[in-house]
Design a protein around this ligand. Structure first.
Ligand code: PRX
Length: 566
């Protein structure tokens, strides 16, 4: 029997109080996520249970009990407080998936400060944009990534502290601080901030259609949704070994790589390594992973490597499989059923929703290719793109819309009230994705309603890429679009017009690709560059990105005058 039991019963009879009661949320005025992820588990008598089994890319293994993460997160909190960090300050975590990332995340929250996790593969420009926008006061990083911080620090007046968690006197530059979690004086207790359920907790940057990435701000009471979805959708129990393959630089890696699982008291396995079929299967087998949360691109890569490699491993430990981030194709569901004896369950949500909102539940009939149904407590529909009225005819495509008010809904885009308000229409939060709903209430994803590129489950904003491209000495103008890719769903393609005197040859292509990889990230790097003399524009001079995109997808765009106002 799964944790959720009967979906229909749960949906019809739901109250978020279920989550609050189970967590005893708000008891003694305590609302802080970090308390529920560490101290509370210890107080319940499970301090000796493993919270994290961590494996490095070299195969080194380290284990941390719930009591360890309680004490180490206290130690981080006490140190940051001593450094001068106060409630509401933004503290960035910029490191690979090392234990310090997961533990400092809780430490920052214990202090009442806001965690701003950023993907460590970000280049200096991507990092700069996000730190500048958030007015970040401190950054926790490692020697490996400190160079990028050093190169932009002078342009960031708000950034007061650079803390290197594996640093030593020799490796530091003037003004930087070394802090070693395990060598520091341990704090067995810490006065955890209790400012309330609406206190900001996590700030995740996400890409939109226009402009630079926006910071989706969450608050502590998001826990109510993250806890219950982890329990009911991921179906984790304290006896499980759970593996979330996402990096905490993205929302899946925090909502379901830290908050959801630890508030449920489960043992997490963490692999600080990139994708490799062999390594992943070995990891599952070695640590006896039972619940696995991953992404369609990874599943497609596993499929590509075939079943011979599966047969070399004992994967019988796997009990429940879930996927997120991009459309989960029906073939992948069927393949996983044949290969692991279990289907992957799709789950749909966004940085802004903070937690899973539509999904296939354990025990529910899966229709391969469908994302499933709304989570209990979530009122989800599709609305007409002009009137924002719910569409009642099954099978008609509209925009996915959610009734505001679920606990993990983002509360702001950092410093951008107008953009935040623009996401709400006619009493609905508009997700920006197109879907239909069938007669049984199953959602069928169609595509995004904007130009954002989803590559391997990561959103990349075309504007951010185009702005960076313009900084290349040879680029006069450019447009970045997503082009279809059999594994990553989409990859970035750039159309570039060069300044006079520059040659559109293979060297130039390489130079531009590397420039973007270094400045932004490997994800944002165009996989293809098409040199053009000029780009199609509207009468007002705006580049018609959609026209270029439609060509890549082999779509008819029809009358281009409809793009005039895009
Ligand atoms: O377009 C949808 C796609 O990813 C977007 C959200 O991306 P992000 O905010 O980075 O969060 C990713 C992880 C929650 C959505 O607007 N997306 C997410 N899940 C699915 C999906 N597209 C299709 N099927 C999904 N299951």
């Amino acid at each position: 029997m799964s944790n959720i039991g009967s979906y229909d019963k749960r949906y019809g009879n739901f109250d978020w109080k279920i989550s609050a009661d189970e967590l005893e949320y708000g008891k003694d005025g305590m609302y802080n996520i970090a308390y529920y992820c560490s101290d509370r588990i210890v107080e319940k008598g499970f301090g000796g249970r493993m919270a994290m089994i961590w494996e490095s890319f070299k195969g080194e293994i380290r284990r941390f009990t719930y009591d360890d993460i309680r004490v180490y997160s206290n130690t981080f909190a006490a140190f940051l407080k001593d450094t001068g960090i106060e409630r509401g300050d933004r503290v960035c975590i910029f490191m690979d998936r090392i234990p310090e990332l997961y533990i400092s995340f809780l430490g920052i929250l214990k202090l009442g400060a806001i965690t701003q996790p950023l993907f460590s593969a970000f280049g200096e420009e991507a990092l700069f944009t996000r730190l500048e926008d958030a007015g970040t006061k401190a950054i926790l990083t490692t020697r490996k990534h400190a160079g990028k911080v050093r190169r932009i620090k002078d342009r960031l007046p708000a950034l007061k502290h650079v803390i290197v968690v594996d640093g030593d006197a020799l490796s530091l530059k003037p003004g930087e601080i070394a802090f070693n979690m395990e060598k520091a004086v341990r704090f067995d207790s810490f006065d955890i901030d209790r400012a309330g359920p609406e206190v900001p907790s996590v700030l995740h940057y996400t890409s939109g259609t226009t402009g630079q990435p926006k910071g989706a701000m969450h608050v502590h009471s998001s826990l109510l949704a993250q806890y219950l979805t982890a329990k009911w959708v991921l179906d984790i129990t304290p006896d499980d070994i759970y593996w979330c393959t996402a990096d905490p630089g993205w929302v899946t890696g925090t909502s379901y790589g830290i908050i959801g699982p630890w508030s449920c008291g489960v043992t997490q396995a963490v692999l600080d390594s990139g994708f490799s079929t062999q390594k992943w299967y070995q990891f599952i087998e070695k640590h006896r992973v039972t619940v696995w949360y991953s992404a369609p691109t990874a599943i497609r890569l596993l499929m590509k490597d075939g079943n011979a490699v599966v047969e070399q491993h004992d994967l019988s430990c796997l009990r429940h499989l879930i996927s997120v981030g991009e459309p989960l194709n029906a073939e992948a569901v069927v393949w996983s059923e044949q290969t692991f004896g279990k289907p992957f369950h799709d789950s749909y949500w966004q940085t802004e929703t903070g937690a899973i909102v539509i999904t296939n539940y354990p025990g529910m009939k899966i229709k391969p290719g469908s994302m499933g149904k709304a989570f209990p407590g979530i009122i989800a529909t599709v609305v007409d793109q002009r009137t924002f009225q719910p569409i009642t005819t099954p099978g008609t495509v509209g925009l996915i819309a959610l009734k505001p008010g679920w606990p993990s809904m983002f509360r702001a885009y950092w410093g951008n009230e107008e953009m935040y308000r623009s996401k709400f229409r006619n009493g609905w939060y508009i997700c920006g994705d197109r879907s239909s709903i069938d007669a049984e209430g199953y959602f069928w994803f169609v595509g995004r309603d904007d130009d954002v590129i989803n590559t391997a489950g990561h959103l990349v904003g075309p504007f951010e890429i185009e702005s960076a491209l313009l900084e290349h000495e040879a680029v006069a103008e450019s447009a970045a679009v997503g082009k279809p890719d059999p594994v990553n769903m989409e990859v970035v393609k750039a159309f570039v017009a060069l300044k006079p005197g520059y040659e559109p040859d293979a060297d130039m292509e390489l130079s531009i690709m590397n420039f973007i990889r270094k400045k932004l990230s490997p994800l944002a790097m165009p996989q293809e560059i098409e040199f053009v003399d000029s780009l199609p524009k509207t009468r007002s001079g705006k580049i018609m990105r959609r026209l270029l995109r439609a060509k890549e997808w082999g779509q008819e765009i029809g009358d281009v005058s409809t793009l005039e106002n895009d």
